[in-house]
Design a protein around this ligand. Structure first.
Ligand code: F6P
Length: 515
């Protein structure tokens, strides 16, 4: 097991290691990761590299790219890298054919100009990736047709998505790997009703993207309107597949292709680079260090880029649905695994939770993400944005000692009470990732970086990162409760749940039987 034995602070590590920044920074194309402000000494890193060896990371990595069924509980290969043209030679032809179909269709829709808006319906992996990418692609392009998203089963989601739209000029893309997801099917039904009510023929407006074509057909989607993908693409790893169709249409197949190429560059770096210089491997090792040796419960991801503001929400699914597990592949207790992932855009977060990061009892490591080149044509804003980002990691690391606070406030009578309150402990770890510019390629590399980090951590924690049994129980119970509420029945539940159901069904609109 790994243990923290080096008690030197971050400042002391910098003082004794003049080459620390160079040694602990890695560049891959437009992406640079500076890990130097992490509390990891050379000896700590050696321990972590030994752990990677002990867990046969190289062997697992080879299995990943070879398309071996490393999703053991579902007996599936994990080949999202093949969508970018790296690894998984056995599926390369069907991937190429699908990429060509996506590009041809996107080009046709853009040329014909029949639609002014796309409504993308999906949830989880069928929503978060496309929504993140859509925001980010606005840096260098503009959606045409415009893009709207309906995800939640809350009627507000579909209502907001449809607000002000002309059904005759709306293209609907229903995205669901399983085509069994309650939220997506309900939203798709409501949107189909909306089209029919306006006299539109659904088959001329509704497309589906799914790995379960039979179910999509049974749902009433014309087979010719279905873009398929495969069970070896996990939902949260699927934005590179036809799940990204709305992006390819809205921002053009070239931009979509550039994003895939950017991801492919990260794939090759991950596959071919020795561990001490491998960006996703180092990021994963440091994450394991923070979790298992330093005992941090969470990781904050703060993009200093409004266009990446969904990045932490995207990573919540990617990391927590992948590695939020307590059982290892062979069923043993996996011990301490994935931390809570959270965050929001900088600088907004500075005026909310940064107090806790700086002075809360333990705080959390932070991944800062910054974009060096401004796409907004407002250099003064951009300089301030970057200055804030860099200042936060410096403040977290250096802190402010009580003696400095005392000297600054020497005239205060309540100095003994005040000084500790104005003291910053410092020595709080962070990574700073910089993108040269928020291009589709840099975005692709960034997302792929975290995908591979998650894979490596899964290997180190010995969990299957590619299933998600933990989401099933709630889905089953929700179906039971919905059926009972609709029938006006109370079913068999604990007292609290029964009382909540009774409260809800006192509104007759929630009980079909009583209407
Ligand atoms: O919430 C669980 C989950 O299965 C995710 O893994 C998935 O991304 C999401 O639901 C949506 O699933 P689907 O694409 O099958 O509708």
């Amino acid at each position: 097991m790994i243990t923290a034995t080096d008690s030197r602070t971050l400042s002391e590590l910098f003082d004794t290691e003049p080459d620390r920044v160079d040694r602990m920074s890695v560049r891959v194309g437009p992406l640079r990761a500076d890990f130097s402000k992490q509390r990891v000494s050379a000896d700590d890193l050696a321990q972590l590299l030994a752990l990677a060896e002990e867990k046969d990371l190289a062997g697992w990595r080879a299995k990943l790219f070879a398309g071996e069924p490393i999703n053991t509980s579902e007996n599936r290969a994990v080949l999202h890298t093949a969508l970018r043209g790296v690894g998984g030679e056995a599926v390369a032809d069907e991937v190429t054919a699908m990429r060509a179909r996506i590009a041809a269709f996107a080009t046709k829709v853009r040329r014909e100009g029949r639609f002014d808006t796309i409504v993308h319906i999906g949830i989880g992996g069928s929503d978060l990736g496309p929504r993140l990418v859509a925001d980010a692609m606005e840096a260098t392009g503009q959606a045409k047709p415009a893009l709207r998203f309906a995800n939640n089963v809350d009627g507000a989601s579909v209502n907001d998505a449809l607000k002000g739209l002309d059904p005759k000029r709306t293209l609907v893309i229903v995205v669901s790997k399983s085509f069994g997801t309650q939220e997506t099917k309900m939203n798709a039904d409501s949107v189909r009703d909306w089209l029919v009510a306006a006299g539109c023929e659904p088959s001329e407006h509704v497309l589906a993207v799914s790995a379960n074509v039979d179910r999509a057909v049974a749902f009433g989607i014309d087979e010719a309107n279905i873009f398929n993908f495969w069970d070896w693409v996990g939902g949260r790893y699927s934005v590179w597949s036809a799940v990204g169709l709305s992006l390819a249409i809205a921002y053009g197949p070239d931009a979509f292709g550039e994003m895939l190429d950017g991801a492919a560059a990260m794939d090759r770096h991950f596959r071919d680079t020795e561990f001490p210089a491998n960006m996703p491997v180092l990021m994963a090792l440091i994450g394991v260090w923070n979790r298992n040796a330093l005992g941090y419960d969470s990781l904050a991801v703060i993009p200093y880029s409004r266009r990446l503001r969904l990045f932490s929400a995207f990573l919540q699914q990617l990391e927590m649905e992948s590695n939020g597990k307590s059982a290892s592949r062979d069923g043993a207790d996996a011990g301490t695994t994935c931390p809570v992932i959270w965050g929001d855009e900088g600088t907004n977060g500075q005026h909310a939770f940064f107090q806790w990061l700086h002075q809360g009892s333990k705080g959390a490591p932070v991944d800062f993400v910054a974009v060096l080149k401004d796409h907004e044509d407002r250099p003064e804003h951009h300089r301030a944005l970057l200055a804030n980002c860099f200042a936060q990691s410096e403040a977290l690391m250096l802190g402010k000692t009580e003696s400095v606070v005392r000297a600054e406030n020497a005239d205060r009578e309540d100095l003994d009470a005040l000084a500790p309150q104005k003291t910053f402990p410092g020595n709080r770890p962070s990574t700073t990732l910089t993108l040269d510019a928020l291009t589709p390629a840099a975005l692709g590399s960034l997302i792929a970086l975290y995908e591979h980090k998650v894979f490596v951590q899964g290997v180190l924690w010995d969990v299957n990162s590619f299933d998600q049994w933990g989401v099933e129980l709630g889905k089953v119970l929700a179906t039971t409760i919905l059926t009972e509420m609709e029938a006006g029945e109370s079913g068999e539940h604990d007292a609290s749940t029964a009382a909540l159901m009774a409260l809800a069904t006192s509104d007759p609109s929630l009980t079909k039987a009583k209407i």
